[in-house]
Design a protein around this ligand. Structure first.
Ligand code: C2E
Ligand code: MG
Ligand code: MG
Ligand code: MG
Length: 282
């Protein structure tokens, strides 16, 4: 409908805009005290070693248990959090929760459990992230390279001067840095060389149409080969089918993440899932 273009183009976009504003107005007040009201929850989505199929760790994903609207996904409220200046507080809370939880899992049969945490632009730019990470590592005795911070390159590109030294210091602390959503936006290859990253996450939009779309296959193959030649490891996200999994394994992708392996889960669900992994291995 919106694609019809021409004179109606603007009119067609309007309802969507209005909807977004309405949603914003509706959610914003409740969002302001969601942290204090303990309405946030961290979910975890397993990442597996593509070769062995064994769990290598998980990505922490924020959820909001809205008192009347139920579970709300981050795509809907993270932009608001950033806008109202609360992203750093909430993001740092996620980081702290995730590191503590990873420690529990490391001590319950998964000694090499690696935890990946998304880091928003404001967290990097507002200062204090390096100190927080330092403190968390010290308190938790988490082996440094078992913490992985996922950053989106558009943010780093927009604020290269401010972000670069922070990333550099994080890298010097020994934590790993992954470039999230690779293959969307600009994805300039030169950034791969410039940024202190150890991993690339192939965006799910590139995985989705494998094997139907030969172009996506070619791009995924190229990203994997390029990353490997730069000594970076590669995780594919959004893996939903056995065909995609088989393709990515064939192309030597290092890790897989997606609904095929598991949806993001609460801690309780994840505990059950991990128990199953142990009994499968036995
Ligand atoms: P992301 O970091 O790229 O996370 C992957 C997203 O893909 C998650 O959406 C996950 O649920 C979804 N996903 C995983 N496997 C599949 C699959 O097989 N099919 C499909 N269709 N989707 C899959 P989610 O949890 O809604 O999060 C969306 C985005 O919100 C994240 O994208 C990340 O950019 C942001 N986000 C989530 N939690 C945090 C957080 O604690 N801090 C920050 N700064 N951003 C966060
Ligand atoms: Mg991520
Ligand atoms: Mg991603
Ligand atoms: Mg994404």
């Amino acid at each position: 409908q919106a694609k019809s273009g021409g004179r109606n183009k603007y009119a067609c976009y309007q309802p969507e805009q209005t909807e977004r504003i309405e949603q914003w107005v509706r959610l914003e007040p409740a969002l302001r005290n969601a942290l204090e009201s303990e309405q946030f929850e961290v979910y975890y989505q397993p990442q597996i070693d593509a070769l062995t199929g064994k769990i290598s760790g998980a990505e922490a994903l924020l959820r909001w248990n809205h008192p009347t609207e139920g579970l709300i996904s981050p795509g809907q409220f993270i932009p608001i959090l950033e806008e109202i200046g609360l992203m750093t507080r909430v993001g740092n809370w996620v980081l702290e929760q995730a590191v503590k939880q990873a420690l529990v899992w490391r001590q319950s049969g998964f000694p090499n459990f690696r935890i990946a945490v998304n880091i928003a632009g404001p967290q990097i730019l507002s200062g204090g992230l390096v100190e927080l990470v330092e403190r968390l590592l010290k308190d938790s005795h988490l082996t440094r390279d078992l913490l992985e911070l996922e950053i989106v390159e558009t943010m780093v590109m927009q604020h290269a001067n401010a972000a670069q030294p922070v990333l550099q210091r994080l890298r010097e602390l020994g934590v790993r840095i992954a470039l999230d959503d690779f293959g969307t936006g600009y994805s300039s290859l030169s950034y791969l060389k410039m940024l202190p990253v150890q991993k690339v996450k192939i965006d799910q939009s590139l995985v989705r149409d494998i094997p139907e779309d030969p172009n996506d296959e070619a791009i995924a193959r190229a990203v994997i080969a390029l990353s490997h030649s730069l000594n970076l490891s590669v995780c594919a996200e959004g893996v939903e089918t056995y065909e995609q999994q088989a393709f990515l394994r064939r192309e030597n992708c290092d890790q897989l993440q997606g609904y095929l392996i598991s949806r993001p889960m609460s801690v309780a669900q994840m505990n059950l899932w991990l128990q199953q992994q142990i009994s499968i291995a036995l």
